[in-house]
Ligand binder design. Structure first.
Ligand code: SF4
Length: 423
């Protein structure tokens, strides 16, 4: 019989947009589809895993994934050659451009077209720098964007390797491009690559096809994280059997929990802050945490007194900070070019300085892009951008454009020393 729309399914959970579907068991027959990202999502929050992979509710697009994907696509294009010549820089940038233009800025997860344009320019600069840095060593790789599914212990585990190099005798190196701010060693990802690659029968066949070598086993020698924004490589050696053994126990534990339909939410500041499923999460009831248990009267009075004390201290602190700022500015104005001045209890050493401030950060980034200075500024703070402005080799046109965005402010460093003998 057809179920009515408003009829609750057994095990359903209330959410902002109506009830959540009751857990749909992963297909009993056949192995459980698994991967490193599925495992890490389950460990972050089992409910998030269920909403994404079992209920297949789409998350909001994330601009950093869109950016990383387009960089990966361009590098895949660059290395997809069986024999030289390699694509030119312009062809590689064109591959990036085409992938980038497949989606609108909103579809990529950007809030404004300007932000998307900034990242697009950043991508071009990054790829150009990558190409120039590596062009002398370009050689046809063993495999690019190699995706494989390996069945082991009732799981069908998928890994996707950005690039694989064969080092000879069945030994391989896996290269993983990173495009985020920094590179963190992710041991679980590394263990997953090692475990699955060494069980993958297709790799042996591919070595035979490509190099005419019959190898009895494939062995990972190392994993290389290549951080494209800084052109730095981070190499990690293979894990030992003990590490892989305990990692695999952990994998099987997660798989068992998924099969046992254990999908309770595990709220936490980090995972909930970036979770798109808050409106479906019973912990949040539509984005607001459930009301707290009422406090006992004594605890409520204690808390009220603390709130007032905190408020009074904060007011005093704000007032003191404003007074301190005003006194410092008055000393600076009176001291003009700096020097040492004594009061009855303290001595002030005053140094005059001047610094650049920038009105419009995005406009500054555009100027840096236009003059090929962005790579320099990628790791720089605003202080660093001011350093670019002050550098002697800056083209006049770039200096003029940057100065349109800059204001030079005079400030004072004041060091206070208490006079000796005073308590
Ligand atoms: S909001 Fe937090 S607890 Fe709820 S599903 Fe998302 S991550 Fe899990």
């Amino acid at each position: 019989m057809k179920k009515k729309n408003n009829e609750a399914a057994p095990g359903a959970v209330p959410g902002l947009f109506g009830e959540l579907p009751a857990p749909v068991p992963p297909k009993k027959s056949g192995p459980l589809a698994f991967s490193y990202s599925k495992m890490s999502l389950y460990e972050e929050c089992p409910l998030k895993y269920k909403l994404k992979y079992i209920d297949k509710i789409k998350e909001e697009p994330k601009f950093y994934f869109a950016f990383g994907n387009s960089i990966h696509t361009a590098l895949e294009f660059l290395y997809s050659v069986k024999a030289p010549p390699f694509p030119s820089l312009e062809e590689t940038l064109e591959a990036f451009r085409q992938d980038w233009n497949r989606k609108s800025y909103l579809e990529k997860g950007y809030r404004t077209p300007q932000k998307a344009e900034d990242d697009y320019q950043k991508g071009l600069v990054m790829l150009k720098a990558y190409y120039e840095h590596n062009r002398a060593g370009f050689k046809p790789p063993f495999l690019v964007e190699y995706s494989t599914d390996v069945e082991v212990d009732g799981l069908l585990v998928r890994t996707i390797s950005d690039r694989i190099e064969h080092l000879g005798g069945g030994e391989i190196e896996i290269i993983d491009y990173k495009t985020g701010k920094d590179v963190k060693r992710q041991p679980l990802q590394l263990y997953m690559y090692q475990k699955i690659s060494e069980l993958d029968p297709r790799l042996k066949e591919k070595i035979a096809e490509t190099y005419g070598q019959r190898v009895s086993a494939v062995k990972i020698r190392r994993l290389l994280y290549y951080h494209v924004p800084t052109l730095k490589e981070y190499a990690f050696e293979r894990a030992d059997d003990r590490e892989i053994g305990s990692f695999w126990e952990r994998v099987l534990g997660v798989a068992e929990s998924i099969r046992g339909l254990k999908f309770d939410p595990t709220p936490g500041e980090r995972q909930c802050a970036w979770c798109d499923y808050k409106s479906l999460c019973p912990h949040f009831f539509g984005g607001t945490p459930p009301p707290a248990e009422p406090l006992q009267p004594a605890a409520a009075r204690n808390l009220a007194a603390l709130v007032d004390r905190y408020g009074q201290l904060k007011e005093k602190l704000d007032d003191l900070q404003a007074q301190l700022l005003e006194a410092g500015e008055s000393i600076g104005r009176a001291a003009r070019d700096g020097g040492e001045y004594a009061g009855s209890q303290y001595t002030a050493q005053v140094k005059k300085n001047s610094k650049w401030e920038f009105r419009d950060r995005e406009a500054v980034i555009n100027v840096l892009n236009k003059f090929g200075l962005y790579q320099k500024a990628l790791t720089l703070t605003l202080t660093g951008i001011a350093g670019v402005l002050d550098s002697a080799d800056l083209p006049d046109e770039a200096r003029k454009k940057l100065l349109e965005q800059a204001v030079k402010k005079t400030g004072y460093d004041i060091k206070i020393v208490k006079k000796e003998g005073l308590i």
